[in-house]
Structures are given as C-alpha cells and as structure tokens.
Design a protein around this ligand. Structure first.
Ligand code: HEC
Length: 159
C-alpha cells in the first residue's frame, strides 16, 4: 500500500476511536468523579441537580400517598399516585443531563419508574393489600441501592 492509500484508513480509525470514546462517555460512564464517602459523585449543573432532586421528592411523595392509600384500602388513589411517577414522567429528562448519568444509574432510574407503573396496574387489577405492600418494599430496594451508590454534586457549589 502506498502512503496516500493509508491516510484515509488512518483518519477513519482515529474517527472511529473518537466516536467509541464519546459513546462510552455518553452511554456508559457519565460525568462522574470519586467522592470522599464510598459513593460515586455525578457532576451536573445546579439546575440539573434541582431537577433530579425534585424528581426524588416526587418519588417520596408518591411512596407516602401509596402506603397511606393501601392502608385505607383505597386502590384507586394508590394507582393514581403510582402512575404520576411512572415511565411517562421520566420523558422530560433533557438529553444533555442523560449523557451525564452513568448507565447503571439510568437503568435503575428507569426500572423504578416502570415498577411504579406496574404498581399502578396491580392496584387496579388485583387490589390486594398484602401484594401491594410487598411490591412497595421491592420497589424501595431500587431507592436504597441507588442511594448507596451515588450522590449528585453541582459544578458550582449551591446552597
Ligand atoms: C437511579 C438512582 C436513584 C433512584 C432509583 C432513587 N434515587 Fe433518590 N436520590 C438519588 C441521588 C443520587 C440523590 C442525591 C443524594 C446526594 O447527593 O447525597 C437522591 C436524593 C433523594 C432525596 C433527597 C431529595 C432532596 O431534595 O434533597 C429523596 C427524598 C429521594 N432521593 C427519594 C427517593 C425515593 C423515595 C426513591 C425510590 C422510589 C428514590 N429516591 C430512588 C438517586 C436515586
């Protein structure tokens, strides 16, 4: 092969490596740094942190409403509260923020929304309090395992 033939291959190879590296950063790794406790710190803007934490408070509110509704035997309220934080609620997450979240974090987050949808369906289909409360317990494992592994920090310190 002459020198002029090799050059396009070289350029392609460099581009391929660049694309793979970007894919790795965007899809798998996210924008993370080590932190002084054992958790992985995800670095986002102050606004993105607000958005994630607001979503979290929505999760906790839903759990509160659902457990109270199960206690009251009010499956319709349990179902509505679960549906409110189902997969449809996750669609508002901006692409730029998605790219900063590690794959495991995204997977756990999405599975949590999906479990809320399942809970909403089961409330209406079966309406069995015992099954419902066990499902809530299973769902809460998603919360605790993600909290054990990650924290969210802002690029510029906020209050
Ligand atoms: C995919 C990961 C993940 C899942 C799943 C998850 N959380 Fe979180 N949550 C976090 C992280 C990260 C923080 C920020 C912790 C930190 O920075 O110290 C947080 C913070 C919170 C906060 C504090 C909000 C604030 O205003 O400071 C609450 C409340 C919360 N989560 C509730 C929940 C509940 C309830 C669930 C389950 C239904 C849940 N989370 C599921 C990752 C997750």
């Amino acid at each position: 092969m002459t020198k002029s033939c090799k050059l396009p291959w070289l350029v392609s190879l460099v581009l391929l490596i660049a694309v793979l590296a970007m894919g790795y950063m965007f899809m798998l790794r996210g924008n993370v740094v080590a932190s002084n406790d054992s958790r992985t710190a995800i670095v986002v803007t102050a606004d993105e942190r607000d958005l994630l934490l607001a979503e979290m408070r929505g999760f906790l509110e839903a759990i509160q409403e659902i457990t109270e509704a199960i206690g009251d035997g009010d499956m319709e309220t349990a179902s509505n509260s679960a549906r409110a934080v189902g997969a449809a609620a996750a669609q508002g997450v901006p692409v730029a923020l998605m790219g900063k979240l590690p794959l495991e974090f995204k997977t756990l987050g999405l599975s949590t929304h999906t479990l809320f949808d399942e809970l909403a369906m089961n409330a209406m289909d079966m309406g069995d309090e015992n099954i419902m409360i066990t499902s809530v317990g299973t769902l809460l494992q998603n919360c605790t395992s993600c909290h054990a592994g990650y924290k969210i920090i802002a690029e510029t310190p906020v209050n």
